[in-house]
Ligand binder design. Structure first.
Ligand SMILES: C[S@@+](CC[C@H](N)C(=O)[O-])C[C@H]1O[C@@H](n2cnc3c(N)ncnc32)[C@H](O)[C@@H]1O
Length: 226
């Protein structure tokens, strides 16, 4: 495991990305092409900025990236990149949506690598992660264009199957992913939801039992060996 960690950390330094997490997005992009030239991208929980830098190049000069985080992003876009707007906001506060909409009222892609400050308590960390993801989905209900794509990190927990059920109602394709560059010991997984049908995503009153159907994990180590 240490070898894998070192490999991606060294690669990130060499390629001048501020975080090794960029390779998780790169793997998903290589397999699913969720970012296309000209796309508008909202990157939620963007600091220190690797995903936004990568997305900027993927969507190119005709695209647009808005990154929002509690911390102020400062990275300069790469050559050939879309412009990147760095916003410093708590996504749970109403002024965040107002600030995003001032730049762009709707987005083709929403990325969400948001993470709570972890406590080491698996249950409460998973709950905090779920809450942040639900908040990002409330933003998506307002900001994501029909046909758009959504990618989020989430800590594995008992509520994930129910969340997947809701996403399957709102998107045509939903996949659970564990990129090779995500540490095996990490509880994080990624959910990719493509081709938004529009309308409601999260229904708070929906307490139906999760069926767990189709919750298999993709991009397992075995199919991403190079
Ligand atoms: C793992 S980091 C993101 C790394 C980033 N994707 C990259 O590649 O550089 C998670 C981020 O979520 C942010 N975050 C956590 N809670 C937040 C909130 N309520 N509003 C905005 N950002 C939040 C943290 O400040 C942290 O920078």
């Amino acid at each position: 495991m240490r070898k894998v960690r070192d490999y991606y950390a060294v690669k990130a330094k060499k390629e001048q990305y501020p975080a090794r997490s960029v390779y998780k997005l790169e793997e998903v992009q290589e397999k699913y092409r969720l970012l296309r030239p000209g796309d508008s991208v909202l990157d939620i929980g963007c600091f220190p900025g690797s995903w936004s830098l990568f997305a900027g190049v993927a969507v190119g000069e005709k695209g647009l990236v808005v990154g929002v985080d509690l911390e102020q992003g400062r990275q300069a876009p790469r050559p050939g990149s879309a412009p990147i707007h760095w916003l410093r906001f708590d996504i749970g506060k109403a002024d965040c949506l107002v600030a995003i909409k001032k730049i762009r009222p709707a987005f083709k892609v929403i990325l969400c690598d948001i993470a709570p400050t972890t406590t080491g308590n698996r249950w409460s960390d998973a709950q905090q992660s779920l809450r942040l993801v639900q908040t990002s989905l409330q933003l998506a209900e307002t900001l994501l264009l029909p046909g758009g794509n959504y990618l989020t990190k989430i800590f594995q927990g008992e509520d994930v199957p129910a969340l997947l059920q809701e996403l399957r109602r709102a998107f045509v394709l939903v996949k659970v992913l564990k990129p090779r560059s995500s540490r095996i010991e990490s509880r994080e997984i990624f959910i990719l939801a493509m081709d938004y049908r529009g309308g409601e995503i999260i229904t708070p009153e929906d307490g139906g039992p999760p069926d767990g159907a189709g919750n298999s994990i993709d991009i397992a180590e075995s199919d991403t060996q190079r």
